[in-house]
Design a protein around this ligand. Structure first.
Ligand SMILES: [Fe+2]
Ligand SMILES: [Fe+2]
Length: 208
């Protein structure tokens, strides 16, 4: 209606200014240090990407354990989905991933998930479990930083965290039985298809 005040029609970013983003201004106004957040997101994206790589080797070496291979494959493909989900956000915030993949791998926020020297199922499952735990710590921190301040990054980090917590539970179940003969259920059955990523797949964002 003519004369009605529209409080959000204008703000600190000048009309037509393409050098600034209201999407950044608003999260800064709520207390986000965007520069620091970008750095943490690059470290986290690096961990997802390198873990995806290392899990490929771990999955291959679970030879003879078809069930373990399948679950490792789910975790592997879901880490790729996590990388795919969070990387566009880094650019949206004005950042970039490193030009050189070596730099990217080196700054990953979690240790390399190397194939153990003695690649038994127990040893591989232990590596998988500890990698998931690092991921849970990483995404919990991103959730803490963004909660109530940066709704978009929080939503993405929270989706990823849901799956990391499931991954930990899967590997606890498998390692517990394989190593200790003890039943510690994860509450998990199988994904609909390998790497289903029910929470984090970004396909839905683009092809609703
Ligand atoms: Fe992940
Ligand atoms: Fe994971």
């Amino acid at each position: 209606m003519a004369g009605t005040i529209k409080p959000h029609a204008t703000g600190r970013v000048a009309k037509g200014d393409v050098t600034k983003r209201v999407g950044i201004e608003q999260i800064e106004a709520r207390g986000i240090n965007v520069k620091d957040l970008i750095e943490k997101l690059i470290d986290a994206a690096g961990a997802e990407f390198t873990t995806y790589y290392y899990y490929t080797i771990l999955r291959m070496n679970l030879a003879g354990h078809e069930d373990y291979k399948e679950i490792c494959e789910d975790a592997r493909l879901e880490d790729r989905a996590h990388f795919e989900l969070i990387t566009p956000r880094i650019f949206e915030l004005g950042g970039t991933i490193p030009k050189d993949i070596r730099e990217f791998a080196d700054r990953a926020g979690c240790p390399d998930a190397y194939l153990p020297d003695d690649p038994t199922a127990i040893n591989i499952l232990t590596v998988l479990l500890e990698a998931e735990r690092c991921a849970i710590r990483t995404w919990s921190e991103i959730c803490d930083i963004t909660f109530g301040k940066d709704y978009r990054t929080y939503d993405m980090a929270s989706r990823i965290l849901q799956e990391e917590i499931e991954h930990e539970a899967w590997f606890i179940e498998l390692l517990s039985m394989e190593r200790d003969g003890a039943v510690r259920p994860s509450g998990h059955f199988r994904r609909g298809e390998p790497g289903d990523a029910p929470y984090s797949k970004n396909r839905g964002f683009y092809n609703p």
